[in-house]
Design a protein around this ligand. Structure first.
Ligand code: DX5
Ligand code: ZN
Length: 220
């Protein structure tokens, strides 16, 4: 039985009660903290940056999965390692020398992730697949929480799963955007390993239970 990794997105937390929401994730069955960094250039929104991540890191008892939605991410690899990121994902569309960037992330002791926009074909990752620990497949256009899931994602997950397996790679597939109980099972069945959920978790009456319900989505 495959165990699904659940990564609540802090973007949907209450920033005035951040410690409370961090403790909620610490005590829940969630596996990772998903942290969305936006620069207002790569995406049309600005989220949070280094000081906030430093504070989160000092309370979080689970790995930090940092999703950089920024241009020229190479400039900040070392900084995010020092802040305590365990997994660092850069956008395929923001990297001219992706292979070099991935090696740079690993050289700082982090797992290397690549995020892809909904329009980016998964086959573009085939030649670097063995260097990628995590592929963050965007199931919405990046920049905002609370958007509707793009249905074409199911097909993309199946295609990417085939590429990973055919190459004997250990790359994990993470789905990011619009994840709810309505699509979670089909995503895991298609080959997803990690589910990010922001508004579905933090907008629910009982986030601990919502996380547990997502965690129970398993396939043989
Ligand atoms: C979107 C971010 C997501 C977002 C997901 O650009 O990368 O991680 O927080 O939020 P929901 O689950 O609300 O779509
Ligand atoms: Zn994200």
């Amino acid at each position: 039985m495959k165990n699904t990794i659940i990564a609540p997105s802090i973007l949907a937390a209450d920033f005035a009660n951040l410690q409370r929401d961090i403790e909620m994730i610490n005590t829940s069955e969630a596996d990772w903290f998903h942290l969305d960094v936006m620069d207002g250039v790569f995406v049309p929104n600005i989220s949070f940056g280094m000081p906030v991540i430093k504070s989160i890191a000092s309370h979080a008892k689970k790995p930090l999965d940092v999703h950089l939605m920024i241009v020229d991410p190479d400039r900040y690899i070392k900084t995010f390692a020092e802040l305590g990121a365990n997994i660092l994902s850069v956008h395929y569309e923001a990297c001219t020398h992706l292979h070099r960037t991935l090696q740079g992330i690993k050289a700082e002791g982090m797992q290397a992730g690549v995020a892809i926009n909904p329009h980016t074909n998964v086959s573009l990752l085939e030649d670097t697949i063995e260097d990628i620990d995590l592929i963050c497949m965007m199931s919405v256009n990046p920049g905002f929480g609370g958007q509707s899931f793009i249905e074409n994602t199911f097909k993309k997950v199946e295609k990417l799963r085939k590429i990973i397996d055919a190459n004997g790679a250990a790359t994990k597939i993470e789905i990011d955007g619009g994840v709810t109980n309505k699509n979670a099972r089909q995503l895991v069945e298609a080959g997803a390993d990690v589910l990010v959920a922001g508004s579905y978790v933090f907008g629910s009456n009982d986030p601990i239970k919502t996380i547990r319900d997502l965690k129970e989505v398993k396939v043989n």
